[in-house]
Every structure is written in C-alpha cells, then in structure tokens.
Ligand binder design. Structure first.
Ligand code: PEP
Ligand code: MN
Length: 339
C-alpha cells in the first residue's frame, strides 16, 4: 500500500495515520523524495483503504501488493518524464538519442565526438570514465580527470553527460560533472550503490543485470526511489542466454512489458544488446518500434581503434544514418498510433 502525504500534513495527523496502521498490523516506512512524501504500508490484513484515504493529511492512497511499489504503474499511471534542463527531456513522448564512445579516451576524441553529435542534433553524450572490464588488464577509464575535461567541452557545446558510476565513493566527486548517472549491468543489484544514488538529486539510468529478470530490475529501481530519488530510467541492454552467435540477447519483449509495469522511461541499448556493429541499426529500430523512450548507442570516429567495445561501435557515417532512421521511426510510430 502506498499513501501519499499532503505537503503540509501536521504532526498530529501523521501520528493518527501511524496509529491506524499499527492497529491493522501494518509495518510502515516513510519515503521522502525530491517531489513528495509517502508512507509504504506492508501487511497482510484486508481492510477498506477508504478508511485511511479519507483521513486528514493524506493526498492519495493505493493498494500495490507487488514487491516494487513506487515505480509501479499501479501507483502512477501517467508516464514519468525526466527533465535534464535546457529543454532536454526523456519519456512521456519526449524521445532522445544518447551517443558516444564506450570509453572516454582523449581530449581529441571528446572534441571529435561532440562535433559529430552536435552536427546530428543530439543533446546527450555517453561515455565511460570508470570502466567495468572483464579483464583487469584492459583499459579501465580516465577517471575523474577525464570526466572534468569532458564536462568542460560538453558544457560549451550544450550537451548533457551520461556516464557510469561504479562505486558509492565516486558519487561526490562526479556529481557536479554528470547529468545522468549510469548504473552498469554488473552493478544492477549493488544495493549500497542504489541506496546512495537514491540520496542524490540527479537522474539515474539503471541497466538490467547480465542475468537479471524484469522483476529484479524493477526492485532495483525501487531501491533508488525509496531512498528519495524519483528521477530514474531503466535500460534494456541484453541478457545472457545460451545463444553464442552474438554478445548478448537483447530482450525486445522487456520493452513493452516494462512500459506496462512501470511509469519510468525505458531506454534501449542496441550496442551491448547485440554486440555486433552491423546489426546495431536493426536492433535499435526494433527497440524504438517496441516503445523505447530513448536509445543509447556507442559511436567512435574510428571504431577499430576504440579502447573498448569497438566491435559493436558505429562510425560517424553509420551513426548519422541511424540517427536519421531513428527519427523517422519515431515519427512513424506516432503516425500509426503507437506511443
Ligand atoms: C557501457 O555502457 O559501456 C557498459 C559497460 O554497459 P553494460 O553495463 O550494459 O555492460
Ligand atoms: Mn561499452
């Protein structure tokens, strides 16, 4: 059960509510976000929720018995839109393409990528400065100095930054230079990191775990929300299956299913989703037709020379073509009545 409190609920009204919940044997947890205050009530007893809904100081109440609650569509029917400022929005009809290299490598690479993105009308640049790598001997990112340099150029060009945070300890150093924190697939159930990202007022894009279920993804998002941050996006980036013909199995089904289960924006990552450059295009378009609110893709001036994930990275020509096709697909989606 979710109870939304009125902004100006008095202490007395709040105590009366707690008393009522105790009387029906419900455990209650208070959640305060940047937008509102809620009480999550967990219990077994059947009762008429109107008895609480009509109490003073309560603005809304809903029965949500799933393990995830505040991120559920049963709670909020209207789709969430994430506003990054400067007229850059994601979700509820606002479509975005986020592009950039797997890893931020150098000043020249930052400038070259920014020129490509600006030329193609994009507003959000992706890139990793802290890289989770299967082998400890692979390139692991330029770290905070790389992020600061990137931020300087991105600001000049009016681009927003999405980048991965791997550890709780990195958040404070990164926060002034990041527009969206990315939680990588390997950290999808790092509950300490999710707790910590719930305590900051910056959007978070949470990737589905390598072997994570849709339910686990939603519960991970609930960690962030219940710690105080409502600005969350979910990303389908492919899961591990028995199939060996490509890197990951992009679960197209997850997109409409997530859109039905949650009000949060859903993003598709075709680059990691298939892991094969020449098919990124088709998979990205399929993701958009399935209802994705944004695409995040890897782009590099010379993918063969990329420090990481070159095999799934588009060059500028391929990226330009895909951006055009994605924009046409979004228009087509609307034209045929899919939102
Ligand atoms: C990435 O975006 O480069 C990345 C490492 O993604 P994932 O966590 O999905 O593997
Ligand atoms: Mn990558």
């Amino acid at each position: 059960m979710i109870i939304q409190l009125e902004k100006n609920i008095t202490e007395q009204q709040f105590s009366r509510l707690q008393e009522k919940l105790r009387a029906i044997n419900y455990k209650s947890v208070k959640v305060s976000t940047q937008f509102s205050d809620y009480i999550i009530g967990v219990g077994k007893k059947e009762f008429d929720i109107r008895a609480i809904g009509t109490m003073e100081g309560i603005s809304d109440i809903h029965r949500v018995s799933d393990a995830y609650k505040l991120v559920s569509r049963k709670w909020k029917v209207k789709q969430t839109q994430i506003d990054l400022g400067d007229d850059v929005k994601i979700g509820d009809g606002a479509f975005q393409i986020m592009a950039g290299p797997c890893s931020i490598e150098s000043e020249e690479q930052i400038q070259s990528t920014i020129n490509h993105l600006v030329k193609n009308g994009l507003r959000i640049m992706r890139g990793g400065v802290y890289k989770p790598r299967s082998s400890p001997y692979s390139f692991r990112g330029l770290g905070i100095e790389g992020l600061k340099l990137w931020h300087k150029y991105a600001q000049e060009a009016g681009l927003k930054i999405i980048t991965e945070v791997m550890m709780t300890e990195q958040i404070d150093d990164m926060i002034d230079y990041v527009d969206i924190f990315q939680v990588g697939a390997r950290n999808a159930q790092n509950f300490n990191l999710l707790d910590a990202l719930g305590k900051v007022d910056k959007p978070v894009m949470l990737k589905r775990g390598i072997s994570g279920t849709i339910d686990e993804l939603l519960q991970a998002a609930e960690y962030i929300f219940s710690n105080g941050n409502e600005r969350i996006m979910l990303c389908e980036r492919g899961i591990r299956s028995y199939e060996k013909a490509y890197r990951n199995t992009l679960d197209i089904n997850a997109i409409p299913i997530l859109k039905e289960k949650t009000h949060l924006p859903v993003i598709v990552d075709p680059s990691h989703g298939i892991g094969v450059r020449k098919f990124v295009d088709s998979v990205a378009l399929a993701g958009v037709m399935a209802g994705a609110d944004a695409v995040i893709m890897e782009v590099h001036e010379c993918p063969e020379k990329a420090f990481s994930d070159g095999q799934q990275t588009l060059d500028y020509e391929q990226s330009g073509t895909l951006i055009e096709r994605l924009n046409k697909t979004v228009a087509f989606r609307k034209e045929i009545g899919l939102c």
